[in-house]
Ligand binder design. Structure first.
Ligand code: E4P
Length: 225
């Protein structure tokens, strides 16, 4: 399963990519707005932080297909041709995807709440489909189940499209999707850091250290022997 960082914050990205094996960064206009600087300049900074093989996902704002296509071209010109252009699954969004697919543009279909929206995005050529797991839970639906249903359908369709599930609020939601074998998740930095948390792990490290020091010296490591 690929793991992306869902943020537009430079400090968070620097911290996470240094210590965790992640595959890229996903942003959206709301995340960029939180940074309170020119969003395109921020996206360029993010791109510069990432290794070449790490993906950057950035969203269009236009309302109609032809403007979305022009916006996608502009974004790819400034952020690199490999940039994944996020396009919402509106009528105009699907129309834009269909057109952009002809020239092999990397696309992530976003704002997905139903499996049928994901099917249409797959048929229009999106590489990734992004269902909003926690936002579905918030409206009384089962976000994890919707994501699993999309994964099952896309696998059966044998399209090149996979799932990049988004909007998580707890580790359990992510674990369930890992069990189901989804292609990717994008996770906010605070939650990403929680993926490793268990108090007994920390205690085990303390116990090992104390035992080792009892026959060596305080702060000793293998290098001191
Ligand atoms: C990703 O495409 C979404 O923009 C994002 O993950 C939504 O997350 P949120 O529901 O926490 O805002």
């Amino acid at each position: 399963m690929r793991i992306y960082i869902d943020t537009a914050n430079i400090a968070d990205i620097e911290r996470i990519i240094t210590k965790f094996p992640v595959d890229g960064v996903t942003t959206n206009p709301s995340l960029l707005a939180r940074e309170k600087i020119n969003p395109m300049e921020q996206l360029k900074k993010i791109r510069n932080l990432l290794d070449e093989d790490m993906e950057l996902h950035a969203q269009v704002l236009s309302d109609n297909a032809s403007d979305m296509i022009a916006e996608a071209d502009y974004m790819r010109k400034h952020l690199g041709e490999q940039t994944f252009i996020k396009i919402p699954v509106t009528h105009e969004g699907i129309r834009a995807m269909k057109e952009l697919n002809k020239t092999g543009v990397n696309m992530t279909a976003t704002a997905i709440y139903t499996p049928m929206q994901a099917v249409m995005a797959a048929k229009a050529g999106a590489k990734w489909t992004a269902p909003y797991v926690n936002r579905l839970d918030m409206i009384g639906a089962n976000g994890v189940q919707v994501a699993i249903d999309i994964h099952t359908i896309l696998t059966r369709m044998k399209e090149k499209t996979d799932l990049l599930a988004a909007s998580f609020k707890n580790v359990e939601q992510i674990l369930k999707l890992a069990e189901a074998g989804v292609g990717a998740v994008t996770v906010a930095p605070e939650l990403l850091e929680q993926l490793l948390y268990h108090p007994l792990t920390n205690q085990a490290v303390i116990d090992f250290k104390n035992d080792f020091e009892s026959i060596t010296a305080k702060g000793a490591t293998m290098k001191d022997l």
